[in-house]
Every structure is written in C-alpha cells, then in structure tokens.
Design a protein around this ligand. Structure first.
Ligand code: NAI
Ligand code: MG
Length: 330
C-alpha cells in the first residue's frame, strides 16, 4: 500500500501530521509518499501541480490531503480539480453524523446519514463560454456517470438502512429528470428502497428532519452546496471529513480549507483530518477503524479540544491523545 501524503498549505501542514500520527498508531505496512503541492509550492516554483506529480500520485493507491490555498490567477492550476479529474474520482462521500458532546445548529443529535455527490460532471463540466453579453456553462449528465454514482449509493445503502433519497430539480431541469430516472432504475435493480426530493425542499428538510435520511445521492453542484450545509448540522468545519472515490484510487480530505486566519498557530482542529484516516482505513478494508470513533469520543469527553470547540489544546495535543488512545485499544 502506497499512500501519497499531501499537506498542502496553511493548517493542512498542521492537521495532516497529527492525522498521520493516528494512522501510524495502527502499525500498518504503508509506504508514505510526501508531496508538496499547492500555493506555497506555486509561490516558490511557479507550479502548483505538475504532470510528474500526477504520475507520482497515480503510482500510489490512495491520497491523504490537507488543504490548499486558492488564488485567482490564470496560471494557477487547481490542485484539487486536477487530481479529481486525472484519477476519475467520481464519488464524493460525506458522512454526516453527530459527535459526542458537540451540538450543531439544529440542536439535534439523532441523525446519521451519508451524502453521495457525483463528482465529475453536472455543472462542473468545465464546458463554458464567456462573452461580453452572454455567458453559459453546460450541465452534463451522462448515463455512465449517473449509473455509477447511483450504484455506489445503493451499495452503501445496502450496508446501512437500505434507504436512498435521490435529490434533484427535475421539475425544471431535463438533465435532472434523466439523472432521477437512472437513479430510480438502479435502486429498483438493487432492491433498495428509495424516495426522491427536490433540492430546495431537501435543504429545508435536512435542517428540520435530518434523522429521516440514510443515503442521499445527488448531482455535483447540489451536492457541493448541501454538503457544506450539513457541516453545520455536525457543528464545526473542523469536524467533517470527506472522501473522493474512483474505480482505482481514493482521496481523503477534510472539508475545511487552509484557514489562513489561524495557520501557524498550532490550534487547528485535527479531528476532521483524523476522521479522514478512519475513512481511509475503512476503504482499505482494515477492520479496526471504529477505534478512531472511540478515541475521538474519549478526547471530546475529556475536553482535550482545540479553541474552535471552546478548548485550549493544540493540534498536536489532540492528535497525540487520539493516537495514544488508538495504540492502547487496538
Ligand atoms: P476555511 O475552511 O479555510 O476556513 C473557514 C473558517 O473556519 C476560518 O475561520 C477557519 O479558521 C475555520 N476553520 C477551518 N478549519 C478549521 C479547523 N480545522 N480548526 C479550526 N478552525 C477551522 O475556508 P476559507 O477561509 O474560506 O478558505 C481559506 C483558503 O482555503 C482559501 O484559499 C480557499 O480557497 C481554500 N479552501 C481549500 C479547500 C480545500 O483544499 N479542500 C476547501 C475550502 C477552502
Ligand atoms: Mg464545497
């Protein structure tokens, strides 16, 4: 197993070392391949990610990623979009689950669902034209793209409560009617119970009744928006992990960015990055990954927490406490 480790910029350089300590506590046979990508590298060399970096990444099985700073410069190539495209990481997975003692915006702690976002097409097709008076972006939905994301969501649902919610805007968009139909057919073929929701009423329902959902599948832009909203259900950006998964590769990253406002202070919350390690282990088929949930519950209850959660602990103190708990309880 070869793991590319990309810290990136800002707090990515703080949370990833903490997460790697937790990974190391499992004592697995990993070859770690560190790569410097992103804004800091761009400033130094003029390249955020090169073709040879992509080849190095393709030689790995999985990627653990912190965050990169984005700049508006035509010469700055988006590291994230490049990797997603090059590795064909079509499924963006975000588990949305409360953590012990942490209360999100709704005050509820009875929800547990997974958002599955199509990650390669839709409005992010990159096919667009900009004119002086008219601008358009093509929204691409293919049978292959819809089938594979629906299959992925159904597979997840079967391992859980067997319930799929298909989120769309088919009353306005023909491309979503197409997506919806394919998802329905896939769910029927898999024996998964399903319902469908218009994206606007889904936004409302997720805030009012998040407990109703099990696996939610949707197109790229809707998934992007809903998934950040769901971070508010959990309670902090520093607590939500995500995975980008394809046929061959998988890429794990916390939802948050490089947080320049707190970077360098050693106070970033590493729990989102540590939950990425849990997702990585689960993806690899390592059976002992649930010990990370126990370790996180332990640090939260002991109040070994960073300032964003009202505590005084540093990034490394939280990382060390989680890693020590894991090492003791394997
Ligand atoms: P951000 O997620 O970096 O920060 C938003 C706010 O949340 C800040 O106040 C920050 O201090 C706080 N925060 C974030 N993560 C935290 C953590 N682990 N612990 C404690 N507090 C945390 O989003 P922002 O400020 O909009 O973006 C900063 C840079 O990051 C931009 O250049 C942006 O483009 C980039 N970005 C990169 C992402 C990625 O690499 N996946 C995702 C989102 C933003
Ligand atoms: Mg987003």
């Amino acid at each position: 197993m070869k793991l590319a480790v990309i810290e990136g910029d800002g707090i990515g350089r703080e949370v990833i070392p903490a997460a790697v300590k937790v990974l190391d506590a499992f004592g697995l046979d990993f070859e770690k391949v560190p790569l410097e990508l992103g804004y800091t590298r761009w400033e130094r060399t003029g390249t955020a990610i090169s073709n040879s970096d992509i080849e190095t990444i393709k030689g790995c099985d999985a990627i653990l990623f912190g965050a990169v700073t984005t700049v508006q410069d035509p010469n700055y190539k988006s590291v994230l979009l490049t990797i997603r495209k090059e590795l064909d990481l079509y499924a963006n997975i975000r588990p949305v689950k409360p953590l012990p003692g942490i209360i999100g915006v709704t005050g509820r702690s009875d929800f547990d669902f997974i958002l599955v976002r199509e990650n390669t097409e839709g409005l992010y097709s990159g096919i667009e034209e900009i004119g002086p008076d008219l601008c358009w972006t093509k929204r691409v939905v293919t049978r292959k793209g819809s089938e594979r994301i629906a299959e992925y969501a159904c597979k997840l649902a079967k391992k859980r409560r067997n319930k799929l919610t298909i989120v769309h805007k088919s009353n306005v968009l023909k491309s979503d009617k197409f997506f919806l139909n394919i998802c329905r057919q896939t769910a029927t073929a898999n024996g998964v119970e399903y319902e469908d929701m218009l994206v606007d009423s889904m936004a409302y329902s997720l805030m009012m009744h998040p407990e109703k959902y099990d696996v939610v599948v949707t197109t790229n832009l809707f998934g992007d928006i809903l998934s950040d909203m769901c971070a508010a259900l959990v309670g902090s950006l520093g607590l939500v992990p995500s995975a980008n998964i394809g046929e061959k590769y998988a890429f794990f990253e916390p939802v948050h960015g490089s947080a320049p406002d707190i970077a360098g202070k050693g106070i970033a919350n590493p729990l989102a990055a540590i939950l990425c390690v849990k997702m990585l282990l689960e993806w690899m088929g390592e059976q002992r990954y649930p010990v990370i949930d126990e370790a996180i519950a332990h640090v939260l209850l002991k109040k070994i927490i960073t300032p964003d959660l009202g505590g005084k602990a540093s990034t490394l103190e939280v990382g060390n406490a989680v890693a020590e708990f894991v090492a003791r309880h394997l």
